[in-house]
Design a protein around this ligand. Structure first.
Ligand SMILES: [Fe+2]
Ligand SMILES: [Fe+2]
Length: 191
């Protein structure tokens, strides 16, 4: 597994997703399998996050930490300086850590969303067991993440951005979040 991880990281750039939709899905699976944040990445995140929120990031699985860092860097590359949005980028999927998905479940969630959205719709409504577990987590993790952040003292705006990070921005009642949600979702879907 370590050899495969090294090979994937040698041929792929974890910070540059391919544009082609199919290659992007392959890249996404490779990121779940292979990308681990470096000590330098983690030190930068630690220096940026408020001390009360760092322990949440620290406990996330490495693949989720890698995804959060990619979204954070993606926003920084676009010139975002809004600290609430940048904190939301790092921690928007923290609720997934609650389920501790196995590797095959994480890959299954990526493949199911790419290949069979109808199955995702059916699966996420049943009990969180077997093949459905990853789909239930995909459906509910935004709310779980928001509650965890609220309990750790994150600002109401960070909590709201995280709560709605998979909702259509035009349907979110708080119109002040619109622009930030568009940006967060654009980068989240490509990292
Ligand atoms: Fe998410
Ligand atoms: Fe995400």
């Amino acid at each position: 597994m370590v050899g495969l991880r090294r090979f994937l990281m040698r041929i792929l750039n974890p910070y540059r997703a391919p544009r082609h939709p199919w290659l992007y899905r392959v890249w996404q699976v490779a990121m779940v399998l292979g990308h681990r944040p470096s000590a330098e990445d983690l030190a930068q995140v630690r220096a940026f996050l408020p001390p009360s929120l760092w322990p949440l990031f620290e406990k996330m699985p490495p693949a989720e930490q890698g995804h959060g860092i990619r979204v954070w860097r993606g926003l920084l590359e676009r010139g975002v300086t809004d600290p609430d949005l940048l904190i939301a980028a790092l921690l928007h999927d923290v609720g997934k850590a609650r389920a501790r998905l196995r590797l095959w479940e994480r890959i299954w969630a990526v493949v199911a969303h790419a290949l069979c959205p109808w199955l995702v719709e059916r699966g996420c409504r049943g009990p969180a067991q077997g093949w459905r577990r990853a789909l239930v987590v995909a459906r509910h993790h935004a709310e779980w993440s928001a509650r965890i952040l609220e309990a750790h003292g994150a600002s109401p705006r960070i909590v709201a951005l995280v709560r709605h990070h998979h909702d259509r921005p035009e349907r979110v009642a708080d119109r002040a979040l619109y622009e930030s949600l568009i940006l967060l979702q654009e980068v989240d879907q490509r990292r």
